[in-house]
Each structure stands twice: as structure tokens, then as C-alpha cells.
Design a protein around this ligand. Structure first.
Ligand SMILES: [Zn+2]
Ligand SMILES: [Zn+2]
Length: 404
């Protein structure tokens, strides 16, 4: 028996035809999928992704040519640029999201897949898989690639931009990693016991029947009997602790930081000895002035619309939960899922500043120095992401159950 991770409704595991997926009858979340040959395909794809990732880190990713001077940067240089300008906290953030967490996700998943394939009970297997799952939302390979793209467009009128070997490897990594994730069936790691099929669960949520669903693998256990899930060893808590209070605290802090993030410059661009401070909005205006409409829209959407919408949606969900609303729980759950996914794309501005600061360092000729605004902005992005992760969508459904 499993409980839906989004609404806690109880389901019995059924055998699925190849390629099919099981949806929650109440909130329509995807519960599990049956991907044929998942173990072989996912192992091969994860191994390929890891190789591409190592290649992407080994060679220069992009080069800038101004007259006689050529400046080459590696993937690691983006994080290094913040360290050079005394913004160590941002250097750590860029390093973690563009290098460390993608690496942990790839290695952790590959370790578990290889162990399962070899039929070997590897040490820390459950912990490795849980860790890979936990850091995956914070590995922002695609967002970094978008930052690179915007940087290249911004620099085109200033100098010649040359793609490095790593750029191709990084592009390949994006595609292969997405395919690897799409071919990974959790049932490979948490075997689903089909025989004998269990009893049909009573209608209702795990909580209504004194049970608890696991956050990670959805397996249901009797509440209060064990502290951790018997299958994947994740701590069993029923609902996330103090979800409403924590999410409110993070939402309010992020909203406050959003003000200085837009008032202070995120970077200062010096061209031929003339310095010009850029805020997030003036960066968008500059793209429009250069006729880069699609890119301007993309950056505007990622750095202004997404954070504002995310704060609005989370506040709305929190108020609705606190007022014990029973209004359209399925739509509210969908709204939450969307905010959880799109939030990370706001990081594109932070990556853009890091890449430009690493690449454009030709003193009086051309120089980009990060400004204090980018620190506030990174704070907004991290806090809104933490807020989405601390909210528990199952709270949306609890009140409807209490009344029925
Ligand atoms: Zn559900
Ligand atoms: Zn579990």
C-alpha cells in the first residue's frame, strides 16, 4: 500500500503495462511509472551524463577575444569570480548549484543503479538515493546554460565570443541528463511487491486511517510504530513539521529582500573607462534596446515575474490552509507543483553576473564587477525555493477530510 505524496490518499500498487503511469485518483499526481528496461537504460544514460559532466569541467567553456587579448573561462571560473570580488557566499552558492549538486545527483544515482544491477547490497544505498533525490532540485545545469546564453548575447557587440569544447559537452549533458531522469523508474530501486496483491485500501487518506506515508518512497506504515520508513529509511513525520509557520517566515523574508534586490545594481559594467551600474530591470531594458526581445522577455519573466508570482501563490496557499478552505483542492495542488518547478529559473540572473564577471576582466577596456544587488537577489531565490520545499501540499486536503 502507498500514500500519494501530494495529498496522502491511499492506493494499492497494481501491475502496470509497459510505458504506463499510475495517477492519484484524488489529486492526479503521478504515483509511479512502468518504464521498460529502466535499469539498463537509466544506468547507461547516467554513466554517459557523468562522463559529459567531467568533460564539461575539464576544458574552457567559453572564450572572449578583444583585439589581441583572449580570456578563457572554465565552468569553475563562474564561482571563482564571486570569490575574487569578496562575495564568498555567492561563490559557494554558484559552486554548489552548478557543480557540486549536479555531481552528487549523478554519482549518487549511478552508484545505486550499478549496485541494483549487480545484485549487490551496497552500503548506504538508501541514503545515497535519498541524497540524490534531495539535491536534484538544486542542481541547476539548465539554468546555468541559459545564463551562458544570455551572457554570450550581451557580449556580442563588445567582443568576439568563442565557444569552448566544454560548451558542447555541457549542452550534451543537458539532453542526456533529462533523458536519464525520464528513464529512471523508482520501482527499480524500491522493488514493488506485486505478489500476492495486498488488500484494497479503505477510501481516504493515510492519516484518516492512522497510517503514515513516506515522503520519499510513498510506502505506508502504521503511525507511531516506527520512526523511519522500513523500506528507504527516511524519517517518518506524517506532515512536515511546522510547515505553515516556516513557509510564512521564508515568504516574508524573501519579499523584504526583493526590494533592495531591485533597487541596488546587480553589476557595474565598464566599457572604455566609462562605468555604468546595472539593476535587474535596466539589464532587461538594455536587451530590449539591442533588439533582443525574446531574451529580454525570458530574463524579465525569470527574474521579476517568477519571484513575484511565487510569493503571491505561496501566500495564497498559506492563507487558504489557515482558513481551512475546501475550495478546489486539486487546482491548488497543481498551482503548488508549478511554483515548485519554475522557481529555480530565477537563478539565471545570478549565473549571468557570475559568468560576466569571470569573463570580462580587461581593466579599463572592459570590466564587469558584481554589485550588492545580486546578493539580495540570490537571497530572494534561495528563500523562495526553501519556502516551496517547506510547504506541505497535503495540508490543502486535510480540512476537506475533516468535514466530510
Ligand atoms: Zn494525490
Ligand atoms: Zn520510504
Amino acid at each position: 500500500m502507498i500514500a500519494c505524496p501530494d495529498c496522502d490518499y491511499l492506493h494499492r500498487l497494481e501491475e502496470l503495462p509497459a510505458g504506463a503511469k499510475a495517477l492519484c485518483v484524488r489529486c492526479h499526481a503521478v504515483l509511479y511509472r512502468h518504464i521498460p528496461h529502466s535499469l539498463e537504460r537509466a544506468t547507461a544514460l547516467y554513466a554517459a551524463a557523468l562522463m559529459l559532466f567531467l568533460l564539461a569541467n575539464a576544458f574552457p567553456i567559453i572564450a572572449l577575444e578583444v583585439g589581441e587579448r583572449v580570456e578563457r573561462i572554465h565552468l569553475l571560473s563562474a564561482a571563482g569570480a564571486f570569490f575574487r570580488h569578496g562575495m564568498a557566499e555567492l561563490g559557494v552558492l554558484v559552486f554548489i548549484t552548478s557543480i557540486l549538486f549536479p555531481l552528487v545527483t549523478l554519482i549518487g544515482t549511478l552508484y545505486v543503479l550499478v549496485a541494483v544491477r549487480a545484485g549487490w547490497r551496497a552500503p548506504w544505498m538508501e541514503a545515497a538515493f535519498r541524497l540524490a533525490r534531495k539535491v536534484a532540485p538544486w542542481s541547476l545545469v539548465g539554468v546555468f546554460m541559459l545564463g551562458l546564453l544570455v551572457a554570450v548575447v550581451k557580449l556580442m557587440d563588445l567582443a568576439t565570443v568563442l565557444p569552448g569544447v566544454s560548451l558542447y559537452a555541457y549542452g550534451g549533458l543537458l539532453v542526456v541528463a533529462a533523458a536519464a531522469n525520464a528513464h529512471l523508474d523508482d520501482g527499480v530501486v524500491w522493488p514493488r511487491h506485486h505478489h500476492p496483491p495486498g488488500p484494497v485500501p479503505p477510501p481516504g487518506s493515510a492519516r484518516q486511517h492512522g497510517l503514515m506515508g513516506c515522503h520519499v518512497c510513498a510506502l505506508v506504515s502504521p503511525a507511531g510504530e516506527t520512526a523511519s520508513c522500513p523500506r528507504c529509511d527516511a524519517p517518518l513525520t506524517g506532515r512536515k513539521h511546522d510547515a505553515v509557520v516556516r513557509t510564512w517566515a521564508l515568504v516574508v523574508s524573501a519579499a523584504l529582500l526583493f526590494i533592495p534586490a531591485n533597487l541596488y545594481p546587480v553589476m557595474t559594467v565598464t566599457r572604455f573607462g566609462r562605468g555604468e551600474a546595472n539593476t535587474i530591470l535596466s539589464g532587461v531594458e538594455e536587451l530590449i534596446a539591442n533588439g533582443m526581445w525574446p531574451l529580454a522577455l525570458l530574463v524579465f519573466f525569470a527574474s521579476i515575474v517568477v519571484p513575484v508570482l511565487k510569493l503571491g501563490v505561496l501566500s495564497f496557499l498559506l492563507v487558504s490552509v489557515q482558513r481551512a478552505s475546501t475550495w478546489r483542492p486539486r487546482d491548488r495542488t497543481l498551482l503548488f507543483r508549478v511554483t515548485e518547478v519554475v522557481g529555480a529559473w530565477s537563478m539565471v540572473d545570478v549565473f549571468l553576473v557570475a559568468i560576466l564577471a569571470a569573463l570580462v576582466r580587461m581593466d579599463a577596456l572592459a570590466l564587469v564587477v558584481p554589485g550588492i544587488g545580486v546578493t539580495f537577489f540570490a537571497g530572494v531565490v534561495v528563500l523562495t525555493m526553501l519556502a516551496a520545499h517547506s510547504f506541505d501540499p497535503r495540508l490543502i486536503w486535510d480540512h476537506g477530510e475533516a468535514r466530510s
